[in-house]
Design a binder for this molecule. Structure first.
Ligand SMILES: [Zn+2]
Length: 130
């Protein structure tokens, strides 16, 4: 799968943000991480790349919240090197071409597909400090 660097991700986010066409993929707000709604069947998306740079290395679970946001904040930064973005793929809606980030959240007793809109205003090219 194609690795998307920061510049590529930013281009996708800006293109996605410029789309004004109505589409059923925006019926539910995905500004923050959500469980993939049942109405958004996987077949409606094309997976166009990954943010995981090395499939053989477990990416960090450290999150990036310099402004005091939380994992599920609508304004939480999208920092590709940090959790959970560092294990996301980018999915593009086949109908409207809006882009979303997706990953599988694995808890102790469950796994769950989560999805969040790719929003250019929240992208931060933050280096890992830990
Ligand atoms: Zn759509």
């Amino acid at each position: 799968m194609q690795l998307l660097d920061y510049a590529a991700l930013k281009r996708l986010a800006e293109a996605s943000n410029a789309i004004t066409a109505p589409c059923s993929c925006i019926a539910v707000s995905l500004a923050a991480w959500e469980q993939v709604p049942l109405a958004l069947e996987p077949a409606r998306f094309d997976t166009i790349g990954t943010l995981r740079d090395d499939p053989y290395v477990e990416p960090t679970f450290v999150e990036y919240h310099p402004g005091g946001t939380r994992y599920d904040s609508v304004d939480a930064p999208i920092a590709p090197r940090y959790y959970p973005f560092n294990r996301c793929t980018v999915a593009r809606c086949r109908q409207c071409a809006r882009c979303y980030l997706r990953y599988e959240e694995a808890g102790g007793y469950f796994t769950e597909q989560r999805i969040r809109a790719l929003q250019p205003g929240l992208l931060v090219d933050a280096a890992l400090t830990a």
